[in-house]
Design a protein around this ligand. Structure first.
Ligand code: SF4
Length: 238
């Protein structure tokens, strides 16, 4: 009986403790007008947001994106000039000795896997696409080591095709803090973002969120007091 009374008190909220801030879930703001204001404010604030991986063509961007897994773009940009000086296209990379590639990309981490992947990917480009990078999502994701995120990066930035939205760790965190979704799986986050933003904004949306994540909305210490979109953010601590 006592247990029942306790349960009733909890249900009525009298005895329930307030959840700590870290456990509160931001209110969902899933309407396109709100999303448009967010985008416009971010675009005003980060007019130079762009793909941070240095590249001259789709092949270089594809390789750089594979190397960027679990690694900073800055670090990748330090190794790719050496890599592309030696292997400027799919044919030369496909014929490379794995140990030589490993040596060049070592500092990007997971270098054995990455070397194996980029050599196999280059081989598949030669075998299936005449050495060129395909412009279709299905063909790209069928390449060794290429997932949807990498394909979205290449399609959006090398070919100007908005086929999807790149969801990396920044986009994932920001989408949740901004109340755009409660999903945690990147593919589900992408599905939640797609209907909120016009297609022509998809590629830039990722750049803007990534830039904001790097500059202000840090994973551990978001600087809400300096945040240009705090008024639109349900997680604001300002
Ligand atoms: S108000 Fe804070 S949590 Fe929200 S986007 Fe800005 S920095 Fe991030």
């Amino acid at each position: 009986m006592a247990a029942k009374k306790g349960a009733r008190r909890q249900a009525s909220g009298k005895a329930a403790k307030k959840a700590p801030a870290s456990a509160r879930r931001p209110k969902l703001t899933v309407d396109a007008a709100h999303a448009a204001r967010l985008y416009d404010d971010l675009a005003r604030h980060y007019p130079d947001a762009h793909c941070a991986l240095d590249h001259r063509d789709a092949f270089e961007l594809l390789v750089a994106t594979i190397l960027s897994a679990q690694c900073t773009d800055k670090r990748v940009n330090m190794v790719t000039p050496v890599l592309f000086a030696k292997y400027p296209d799919a044919r030369s990379l496909a014929a490379a000795a794995q140990e030589d590639v490993e040596e060049i990309i070592r500092s990007t981490g997971f270098f054995r896997n990455k070397a194996q992947n980029i050599i196999a990917m280059a081989g598949a480009l030669v075998d299936r696409h005449g050495g060129e990078v395909p412009r279709e999502m299905d063909a790209l994701t069928a390449l060794p080591g290429v997932g949807r995120k990498t394909a979205n990066v290449v399609l959006g930035n090398a070919f100007g095709r908005n086929e999807g939205i790149v969801v990396d760790t920044h986009v994932s965190r920001l989408s949740q803090r901004l109340g755009l979704t409660r999903e945690t799986d990147p593919v589900k986050i992408e599905s939640a973002l797609v209907p909120l933003f016009p297609r022509e904004r998809w590629t830039m949306l990722s750049h803007l969120l990534i830039e904001h994540g790097r500059q202000i909305c840090d994973a551990r210490k978001p600087r809400c007091g300096d945040c240009p979109i705090a008024a639109l953010c349900p997680s604001s601590l300002a």
